[in-house]
Write a protein that binds this ligand. Structure first.
Ligand SMILES: [Cu+2]
Length: 566
């Protein structure tokens, strides 16, 4: 058997990174037995380049950091000043953004806002002091490079002892890989937004619904979706049709494995480094105690399952006491595939892999339309005036880039989410999350900035208030102010919204501080708010972390300057 044939077979079975024609340092055929390589200290050299990978049986070129996908895990220490020399060996401009890390604006790594980007052959030296600890990640902020592999875990060790104990510590980074050129994926979405959505309803589904609901309700629901030019199966733009879901860079067949001794407490640092995929994570047979969200410690809450939005992180502690293997199962939100790994006392063991849950259908209530009683609504009239205290921005009205508006949005903090309700498992919700500290600022927000998340499915345009980034004025924050950002999701999709440089302190429906995050997930039909202390001067990115949504326009510049607020 020739080397290429052997590599092909190993690729099918395991998936992974092969550096050039040689075997990679990570060990071709083994995946990453201990997770990706870890680099410690305060000075680092990171090289962005291209590496051959094979996740599907076909070799492809990935964009990598130091030759691996994910890139190396960086372990920093709170209080240290870190220096990172990032060398770009690509033919295009590149960048690294340190997601969730507080730093000066010129160190944030967003081309066009923070700096010019790292030119081909160039090096950029990042240097900043760490004022926080916890689980984070880093990734490219240039074009669609993140989809091709430019992402990696980032851990900041705390100076103070942590409020929980554990014997082992594993990073579990989830991501989505496609063999297609991401520019081609984006072009297909532009042409035909349902391209990857193979969950279309069939005539059989209609007949079944007619049997279950009766002819008129079933048909009325179909007509309503038709009028709105949308489909209740629109859960994910990009699906398992093109994606291979990875755990620590390893395919489900490759089965990334973390070892333990029965009775040990294991800390799992889940990071969603996917371009487009939300995951629903569980470990059948084990309870998970969530101890941190987005790097910040929370009051421990024990669950069977949690949904992790793109760019979010959750730290959980599990305590397997049997001499047995356990499957870490992370199904894509649309159920079109999963990432999978194993916790086991010995290498080579595995446990049963659950079947993905049945596919999910959106309902009118999911989208803030309050259920079927709104059948026959005048869709065009929804844009006018207020509904239950809700005003839509004038820029949404008559806007060909806005295909729907929610009428009765709610915080829905205690909602497990579409596809996770009443599944017999205890599912984490935002209502369960409470930071271990009180509102770190303490001031009542001086003003509220409201933004609507908007889009048009058919045109595949995404925006805030119906205005794409290219046409929008920056949001102005005044240096030092405490303000409230209120978001209303007028689309039928879930958007993880990320503010750079400053924390997003999520509030409950009564305006009480709940949990400090860097990425606030916004399911359809929700209205959620968070507080921001504008203590970081400069130009910052504020965007949906779904890569193609950001690229399509759901992005704003936030400018913090002296007296910037109006
Ligand atoms: Cu989005």
């Amino acid at each position: 058997m020739g080397i290429s044939r052997r590599r092909f077979v190993q690729g099918l079975a395991l998936g992974g990174v092969a550096a050039g024609f040689g075997l990679s340092r990570a060990g071709w055929g083994k995946g990453y037995p201990d997770g990706p390589q870890t680099l410690r200290g305060s000075e680092f050299d990171l090289t962005i380049g291209e590496t051959t990978v094979n996740y599907t049986g076909r070799p492809r070129i990935a964009t990598t950091i130091n030759g691996t996908l994910p890139g190396p895990t960086l372990r920093w220490r709170e209080g240290d000043t870190v220096t990172l020399r990032v060398h770009n060996r690509l033919a295009q401009t590149s960048s690294i953004h340190w997601h969730g890390i507080l730093l000066p604006a010129n160190m944030d790594g967003v081309p066009g806002l923070s700096f010019r980007g790292i030119p081909p052959g160039g090096t950029y030296s990042y240097q900043f002091r760490l004022r926080q600890s916890g689980t984070y990640w880093y990734h490219s902020h240039s074009m669609l490079q993140e989809q091709t592999g430019l992402y990696a875990p980032l851990i900041v060790e705390p100076r103070e002892p942590e409020p929980f104990r554990y014997d082992r510590d594993y990073v579990v980074m989830l991501s989505d890989w496609t063999d297609e050129d991401p520019h081609r994926v984006f072009a297909k979405l532009k042409k035909m937004p349902e391209y990857y959505n193979f969950n279309q309803q069939t005539l059989g589904d209609l007949l079944r619904d007619i049997r279950g609901e009766g002819f008129r309700p079933a048909l009325a629901e179909r007509l309503m979706w038709g009028q709105m030019r949308m489909k209740p199966t629109d859960i994910a733009d990009v699906s398992g049709y093109t994606y291979t879901y990875l755990m620590n860079g390893v395919t489900p067949a490759g089965n990334w494995t973390g070892l333990f001794r029965p009775g040990e407490k294991i800390r799992l640092r889940f990071i969603n480094g996917a371009a487009m995929s939300f995951f629903d994570v569980r470990i059948p047979g084990l309870k998970m105690t969530v101890v941190a969200a987005d790097g910040q410690n929370v009051h421990p809450v024990t669950v069977d399952e949690f949904r992790i939005g793109v760019a979010e992180t959750y730290d959980v502690i599990v305590e397997p006491d049997a001499d047995a293997a356990y499957t870490i199962f992370a199904q894509a939100q649309d159920r079109s595939g999963y990432a999978r790994g194993t916790l086991a006392p010995r290498a080579g063991m595995s446990a049963a892999v659950p079947a993905p849950d049945p596919r999910v259908l959106l309902t009118m209530a999911d989208m803030g339309h309050g259920g079927m009683e709104h059948g026959g609504m005048d869709h065009a009239a929804m844009g006018h005036g207020a509904h239950g205290g809700l005003t839509h921005p004038a820029s949404e009205t008559g806007n060909p880039m806005v295909d729907m508006q929610t009428m009765m949005p709610a915080p829905k903090l205690d909602d497990p989410g579409i596809g996770l309700r009443d599944n017999g498992r205890r599912v984490l919700t935002y209502a369960d999350l409470k930071s271990l500290f009180d509102d770190p600022d303490g001031r009542t927000p001086g003003r509220t900035v409201t933004l609507h998340l908007t889009g048009h499915m058919e045109r595949y345009v995404w925006s805030f208030d119906g205005i794409k980034f290219a046409d929008a004025e920056p949001l102005r924050f005044s240096y030092g102010e405490r303000l409230r950002v209120e978001l209303v999701n007028d689309t039928m999709m879930e958007h993880p919204i990320h503010l750079h440089g400053m924390w997003s302190d999520l509030e409950d429906e009564h305006g009480r501080f709940k949990v400090r995050k860097h990425t606030v997930n916004m399911p359809p039909g929700t209205r959620r708010s968070f507080r921001v202390t504008a203590d970081a001067l400069g130009r910052w990115a504020f965007h949906c972390h779904l890569l193609y949504h950001m690229e399509a326009g759901m992005f704003r510049e936030v400018r913090v300057d002296e007296g910037g607020a109006t």
